[in-house]
Every structure is written in C-alpha cells, then in structure tokens.
Design a protein around this ligand. Sequence first.
Ligand SMILES: [Zn+2]
Length: 61
Amino acid sequence: MTEDTKAAPKLRPCPICGKPAVEAVKPFCSTRCADVDLHRWLGGVYALPAADQDDESDAES
Ligand SMILES: [Zn+2]
C-alpha cells in the first residue's frame, strides 16, 4: 500500500488571513496573525459588552 499523505499538511489555514499555517505559530501563519488574534481578545471583540437592551431607551434624551 502506498499512501500519498506525506505532502498533505495537517495544519489548517490561518484563521486570520487564510494562508497555510506554520507549525511554530499554529494555527496561524505568522506571529503577526497570532498577534492580531491576540489583540482581538484584548480588544474585547470576543467579549462584546452585553449591554442591556432595555438601557437603550433610557439613554435617549
Ligand atoms: Zn495569517
């Protein structure tokens, strides 16, 4: 049996830019993209302020 899975990279594409990921910084393609993802977390993109929707009408003036 011969399997041609040698060249098949198991790493998934970079979630940031879609380029092939690099083992050293997986699942990203570079430290830059890893940084972007990190900043997303720090920036609160993943932690959106779940502001009370009822507060909106109260803020109107
Ligand atoms: Zn990338």
